[in-house]
Design a protein around this ligand. Structure first.
Ligand code: SAH
Ligand code: SF4
Length: 350
């Protein structure tokens, strides 16, 4: 059993079966999430017999580092982890220079929720590899704790967590939410809800459920097309959930939470980057509290679409803005180590 799969109550139940006093659960919890311990010996406030039991019954290293790679500018690190059943996943840390533009020392961690992905978006390396399995909540949490420990050695901390690595978080809804709850716990890691972002391909029932739960977590929707036929050509999920249904679910989300929705848009040259597409998108999003986050397509082996150049990207942005929809063009990051959006495939870059 992975220690990070336990919430505080489950840890309490386990300790009860070992005839340990209830307060020990809190001590273990604080050791894990406040002190960032990752081996039983570090829990020096526990009796030796209990440390022994922890070591014998629980795994403190449920994901093993196989490799890490740094981008040439040193700002992005991608780590490849192996799960106990040999599946591979990746997580990416992006550092933003405190002295430049808007990032101001942000340390954004991009984590995976599944090994592979079942959604099959044609432009995405994870989609191209197919689905292996859901991650447990503890396997999701363990990615964060790994980077939290690494940054602590430099007297730094993770400032933002995005569910934008491998997999579709709303396909693995319960485990993704359980991971957020565990990391958000005020007596534990205490990571603020507003510093998480969940990105989804647009699973409508889950968007509505998420809205009903009124979480303060940011929501991003991968849209990439303003027309159903065009979206279906690159995103099989559109067969099931049409653009209108997705946008209606987003309107419901805004109504419930009063929070702004982000629409993600990978700019593919000649496919979804024309001023005409921008105008169609703007008319669909009219009146919705939202903004568009566009990024020139990152290259993947299974898709031959080309990235939009800077000049056309700026025209796309201006066209949207003239129609009243805010848009930012994101910088591409970590492309040299295949750590960019949609490039994670659980294999080292060569
Ligand atoms: N499954 C979720 C989250 C992971 S993907 C989702 O699809 O939203 C994170 C983001 O990267 C998504 O917006 C996705 O559409 C985008 N993406 C996928 N492949 C890409 C590529 N080749 N270039 C740029 N963005 C890509
Ligand atoms: Fe899955 Fe997201 Fe990639 Fe689509 S873009 S295949 S939903 S990980």
């Amino acid at each position: 059993m992975n220690i990070y799969d336990f919430d505080l109550a489950a840890l309490g139940d386990l300790l009860k079966t070992w005839d340990e006093p209830a307060y020990r659960a809190k001590q273990i919890w604080q050791g894990l999430y406040q002190h960032l311990y990752n081996s039983p010996e570090q829990f020096t406030n526990l009796p030796g017999t209990l440390r022994q039991k922890l070591a014998e019954n629980l795994s403190f290293s449920p994901i093993q580092v196989k490799l890490f790679q740094d981008s040439s500018d040193g700002q992005t690190r991608k780590t490849l982890f192996e799960l106990p059943d040999r599946h591979l996943i990746e997580a990416v840390l992006m550092r933003y220079d405190p002295n430049t533009n808007s990032g101001k020392g942000r340390r954004t961690l991009c984590i995976s929720t599944q090994a592979g992905c079942a959604m099959g978006c044609v432009f995405c390396a994870t989609g191209q590899m197919g689905f292996s399995r859901h991650l447990t909540s503890g396997e999701i949490v363990a990615q964060v704790m790994y980077y939290a420990r690494a940054l602590k050695e430099e007297q730094q901390a993770v400032t933002n967590i995005v569910f934008m690595g491998m997999g579709e978080p709303f396909h693995n809804y319960e485990n993704s939410m359980a991971a957020i709850d565990r990391l958000n716990d005020a007596d534990g890691y205490n990571f603020g809800a507003r510093r998480f972002t969940i990105s989804t391909v647009g699973l409508v029932p889950q968007i509505r459920k998420f809205a009903d739960e009124k979480r303060q977590v940011n929501l991003a929707i991968s849209l990439h097309a303003a027309d159903d036929a065009e979206r279906l050509a690159i995103m099989p999920v559109n067969k099931r959930y049409k653009i209108d249904d997705v946008i209606q679910a987003c309107r419901y989300y805004v109504e419930k939470t009063h929070r702004r929705v982000t629409f993600e848009w990978a700019l593919i040259s000649g496919v979804n980057d024309t001023p005409e597409v921008a105008r169609r998108l703007a008319s669909r999003l009219k009146g919705l509290l939202c903004h568009v986050n566009a990024i020139p397509l990152n290259p993947t082996t299974g898709f031959d679409g080309q990235a939009t150049d800077r000049q056309r990207a700026m025209i796309f942005k201006e066209t949207l803005e003239q129609a009243g929809i805010e848009c930012t063009i994101r910088m591409r990051r970590g492309i040299d180590i295949q750590a960019g959006c949609g490039q994670l495939a659980g294999a080292p870059a060569v």
